[in-house]
Design a protein around this ligand. Structure first.
Ligand SMILES: Cc1cc2nc3c(=O)[nH]c(=O)nc-3n(C[C@H](O)[C@H](O)[C@H](O)COP(=O)(O)O)c2cc1C
Length: 193
């Protein structure tokens, strides 16, 4: 068989059986998960709108109980608002130097029971999308701290049924950070405790 025929055969195989095409994709998804780390120091490079759109699309691809999607997202790019977040929520002070901050909120009118779980799933999607796009981010706690919840509610005029879960400063990392090694076989209980 000539090289040309072999190449055509391989191309047909690749297109005919998606599993061959998806192998690389699957690995890159796993690499992305294993490489994710919290980033708290950002350069002043702006996050491109195209990347913001992909982060938001990834966020809303998250699973949710009964597919209720009880989430709302606040996208903050205004430097004055970013500074104010840092002032009001000291554990989210990284917002000040981030070029973008996303606030994930639960909508209790849509789901009172599962908004928290669903919004956590959305948050992890955001963090993974950020990693995949060559950006950095950190989940900064708001809920369940009543004072922080009230401060975010006031700053963004949130209605009563909207609860801010977290503040996620996002940007190009100013530092090289390695993912922490967390795998611990002692945490795994097979078929029984
Ligand atoms: C629910 C939750 C709340 C967190 N709150 C904060 C926070 O307020 N400030 C902060 O710097 N990091 C916060 N983090 C990030 C953790 O500190 C970080 O994920 C953890 O140290 C593991 O590091 P890694 O993300 O690099 O793997 C929070 C993470 C989670 C899941």
């Amino acid at each position: 068989m000539s090289i040309k025929k072999i190449l055509i055969f391989l191309l047909i195989l690749f297109l005919r059986f998606p599993c061959f095409a998806e192998t690389k994709y699957t690995h890159s998804a796993i690499d992305n998960i294993l490489n994710r780390k919290s980033i708290r120091s950002f350069s002043n490079k702006k996050v491109e709108q195209e990347k913001i759109n992909l982060i938001l699309k990834s966020a809303m691809a998250a699973p949710s109980a009964m597919n209720k999607q009880p989430w709302e997202i606040i996208v903050v790019t205004d430097s004055k608002k970013l500074e104010q977040i840092a002032k009001d929520i000291p554990n989210a002070s990284y917002s000040k130097t981030s070029q973008l901050t996303i606030i994930v909120c639960g909508n209790t009118d849509i789901s009172e029971k599962f908004w928290l779980q669903d919004c956590c799933a959305m948050t992890e999607n955001i963090l993974l999308a950020v990693e995949g796009l060559g950006l950095g981010a950190v989940w900064c706690a708001v809920y369940p701290f009543e004072d922080k919840v009230e401060k975010v509610k006031k700053l963004f005029n949130l209605p009563e049924n909207i609860i801010p879960l977290n503040v996620i400063p996002i940007g190009y990392s100013a530092i090289k950070e390695k993912p922490k090694q967390k795998y611990d076989s002692k945490k795994i209980h097979t078929n029984n405790w």
